[in-house]
Ligand binder design. Structure first.
Ligand code: NOJ
Length: 741
């Protein structure tokens, strides 16, 4: 049916007609050129860029972040290349372009998909104004191993929360349809399973049974397809011995066959060429053949398609139909994005767009809603604004890089409000002293350091570090209240940023202990992109705020919370293990023969409790809530039908605040063992003092069914379920539900 969407855009038939006209007049080389995404970094093939584009040898360019350069390259494409097809400019705009939002893991902590949607709409507006068309986000990898550095880029450990955040981000980036004004096309990555790397080591192989893939790792990706995502990125690593970028099961059977995805797939960077390095393809020619036939349409930066696809068609290994099938969705995207009508960017626009005050306001609101209060003994927080003498201590307290977080590369200059700046702005009349203490650094450098001036500074000597340590303690000694800002630098989480330990890096814990030993009130603010093992702090520091990497307005948002202008309401989207060696640790585990309540449970490890330090879904507030009256509309529901579940939530404390009501289920028996708890509903509500609201969730076949390993298909068993509602994954308010035929 040829229907224009009510929200605008071209109809399918209009797009198809224009694409066929292009396909009809393009040479084989030009079609293959469209499959080539060329890297603009000088250490790849920078100098040859114009030459390649002039011959029609590139469909897209990445790793350039410069509007004038975009226009110059575009001019070559649309004026000098044979079929004059415009280029798509792509970049990793992960949590903001100029106005930086909290990292995705933080946005997931808001448990408010509208936070992510609004953030990515702002990111899209700025990126599009700069001349970009396409972002390599959202990152949708479920991550249950906190050692894995890229946990920072996703929504955490849970498929249900992950799917909600996935759809919201796609809507934010793309708007109501692909090609909407002021938006960019999104890319669901990294398909699939990347977050389950062996040992949490970045890029390592992944072994995931199909049931795990389908029940846990696929849902955010499927949600992105349902939300209309324009493109997908195939991951690097081996999935069950087949590299994701040569994986037909993923890219053809599931993505296109089952989910009906009609956009195109780009490989991860160099991943087509890497099929050889991975010991999968014999040579470049074999790699090109296997990636294209598996369903990778565009080769990111490895230049393997450009070198080998024509030969494969000439000798009959691939057909022209194979080539046309892969080029159509790429051309369709360019048509939808309006690039043939308007290939150039207005070079004066970015400055106007970036200056929009609502961008900073959105970033501040997103940061406020993302932070998680982990501890508040004796109501130390909120602090009084009448304080006269505050010390802010720690290596991240005045770091713009650490406040903005990962993925701030390609010429971006960090400009965030730091925690020191935020507190000074909040307390204009007070003395706010700052001392960084010893610096923190990675032990092993990252290739990203080439793009990060901060990482290239000369390291402190041990003597300089000792002076910095003593200065920090002395600064703390003369204050009435101390805010410690500790955690991880921006380059300590993200790509190529996995670690074996989850401890606070460097001498931070030692400094924390020395400051706590002064006997003054201490608040710990964490800036980090992964769960950290902060067991000592959890017992000895009265107040802990998980601020994550909060973005441009991060320092203001921290101060808003510390001084009570905002009541924190975020919740953890990941389990905090007690130690790095406990990873992977996640709440939705299967039961074992030895119930958790039995004395047999604790010896899971003989050297300490195996339980989380902070559970999934956890977060405190300056007020208190009670969640009561869990009601399942009917004690039984038929297979295929839905039942409503309601619970009341009341603000029982002293101030207005937000609670996230969470609904968990457990299928007690059936075709397969099912996790002891699974999140199947959540709602963040704001309540005035004494106010009560009823939240309603629906449990239908999507929530009550699962992909069965024993049956090899989707099933909905007629079995008994536990239902819990509460404020975190340890919720105790319980009801029963029976699914019947
Ligand atoms: C490699 C990363 O894995 C991916 O997430 C990113 O989008 C590309 N490089 C492009 O920068």
């Amino acid at each position: 049916m040829d229907v224009k969407t009510s929200t605008g855009g071209l109809s399918e038939a209009e797009v198809a007609a224009r694409v066929e006209a292009l396909v009809g007049r393009m040479s084989l080389e030009e079609k293959i050129g469209q499959f080539t995404q060329i890297g603009g970094l000088s250490f790849f093939i920078g100098p040859k860029l114009e030459e390649v584009i002039r011959k029609g040898g590139a469909g897209s360019v990445l790793w350039i972040n410069d509007t004038e350069r975009f226009n110059a390259l575009q001019k070559v494409a649309v004026e000098e290349s044979p079929s004059k097809i415009p280029l798509l400019f792509a970049l990793d705009v992960i949590h903001g372009y100029r106005t930086i939002f909290p990292v995705p893991l933080a946005m997931a902590s808001s448990w408010d998909p509208s936070v992510a949607e609004r953030a990515q709409a702002v990111a899209a507006r700025e990126a599009r104004a700069a001349g970009l068309h396409w972002t390599f986000g959202p990152m949708l990898d479920i991550a249950r191993d906190a050692r894995w550095g890229r946990i920072v880029e996703g929504a955490g450990e849970d498929p249900f929360l992950g799917a909600a955040m996935a759809a919201a981000q796609v809507r934010g980036f793309q708007g109501p349809y692909v090609g909407a004004p002021d938006r960019v096309v999104a890319c669901a990555k990294h398909f699939a399973g990347y977050g389950a790397a062996d040992g949490g080591r970045d890029y390592d192989p992944v072994y995931l049974p199909e049931g795990q893939l389908r029940n846990v790792y696929f849902p955010p990706f499927e949600a992105a397809v349902k939300a209309g995502v324009g493109t997908f990125m195939s991951a690097y690593m081996d999935l069950n011995d087949v590299p994701a970028s040569g994986n037909r099961f993923l890219l053809r059977d599931v993505l296109r066959g089952e989910w009906g995805f009609t956009g195109f797939v780009v490989s991860d960077a160099m991943a087509v060429g890497s099929l050889v390095t991975q010991g999968f393809a014999r040579d470049g020619r074999d790699a090109a053949f296997r990636a294209l036939s598996a369903g990778v349409d565009m080769d990111m930066a490895s230049d393997t398609y450009r070198q080998h696809l024509a030969g494969l068609v000439e000798d009959g290994t691939l057909t022209l139909d194979d080539i046309d099938a892969a080029v159509r969705p790429i051309l369709a995207l360019k048509v939808r994005m309006g690039l043939f009508e308007q290939p150039y960017a207005d070079e004066s626009r970015l400055a106007q767009v970036v200056a929009l005050p609502e961008h900073r306001e959105e970033a501040r609101r997103a940061a406020q809603r993302s932070m998680v209060l982990l501890r508040n003994e004796g109501g130390l927080l909120p602090l009084a604004k009448s304080l006269k003498n505050v010390a802010v201590i720690g290596p991240l307290a005045d770091s713009k890089e650490a406040t903005e977080g990962s993925w701030m590369v390609f010429g971006h200059t960090p400009a965030a409000v730091t925690v020191v700046e935020g507190i000074r702005a909040k307390l204009p009349g007070a003395k706010v002293e700052y001392a960084p203490g010893p610096e923190i650094r990675r032990d092993v450098v990252s290739w990203f350091d080439a793009l990060n001036p901060d990482a290239r500074k000369v390291p402190q000597t041990p003597e300089q570090a000792e002076v910095a340590f003593q200065t920090a303690v002395a600064t703390a000694r003369s204050a009435d209240v101390i805010v410690m800002v500790l955690g991880e630098h921006a380059d300590m989480a993200g790509e190529a940023a996995s670690r074996a330990s989850l401890n606070l890096p460097g001498r931070q814990e030692e400094l924390l202990k020395a400051v706590v030993a002064l006997g003054k009130p201490v608040v710990l603010v964490l800036l980090n992109g992964r769960p950290l093992s902060i067991g000592w702090a959890a017992e000895n520091v009265p107040a802990i705020l998980e601020a994550w990497e909060p973005g441009s307005e991060g320092g203001h948002a921290v101060a808003d919370i510390l001084f009570g202008d905002v009541n924190p309401g975020g919740k953890l989207p990941v389990t905090f293990p007690r130690k790095g060696s406990h990873a992977p640790l996640y709440y939705a585990r299967n039961l074992t023969h030895s119930p958790e309540s039995s004395p047999m449970y604790n010896p899971r490890y003989w050297d300490g409790p195996p339980t989380p330090l902070y559970p999934f879904g956890f977060g405190l507030s300056y007020t208190t809530f009670s969640i009561t009256n869990l009601q399942v509309a009917a004690p039984q529901v038929k297979v295929g039908s839905a039942v409503a579940v309601t619970a009341d939530v009341t603000n029982t404390g002293p101030v207005v605040g937000d609670e996230v009501v969470q609904l968990y289920i457990h299928q007690k028996a059936g075709s397969d063992s099912r996790p002891m708890r699974e999140l199947k509903g959540f709602e963040r509500v704001t309540l005035k003092l004494g106010e009560k609201k009823t939240v309603t969730f629906l449990l239908g076949p999507a929530e009550l069914g699962h992909w069965s390993t024993s049956a090899g298909k989707w099933v909905q068993d007629a079995e008994a379920f536990d239902i819990w509602a509460g404020a975190d994954s340890l919720a105790t308010l319980h009801a029963d539900l029976a699914v019947v035929r």
